[in-house]
Design a protein around this ligand. Sequence first.
Ligand SMILES: [Cu+2]
Length: 101
Amino acid sequence: MKKLTGIVLAVAIVIGCGKSPAPAERLYEVKGNVVAVDARKPSVTLEHEDIPGLMRAMTMEFAVSDPPVLNGIVVGDSVRGRIRKEESGYVLRSLEKQAGG
Ligand SMILES: [Cu+2]
């Protein structure tokens, strides 16, 4: 009986540690087309597909974490990137042209 209790406790601890990381650390994958690029802000406007767990498909402007993220990105590109939800809003951390897009 004592042994079983120990096993149950161990399983509970493992499940507790298996939870997804804190919301601030979560990255969301986004796919879409570039509608506008503003290298000075810097920001990029994407007509994006559904982002599971975050938002539906729409056209919106994303702040970009660093200007180099926009290197080589031009209006009309089909892209994929990663968004992080920060206190200031959604921030694009990376962006790349989709192969064959
Ligand atoms: Cu959106």
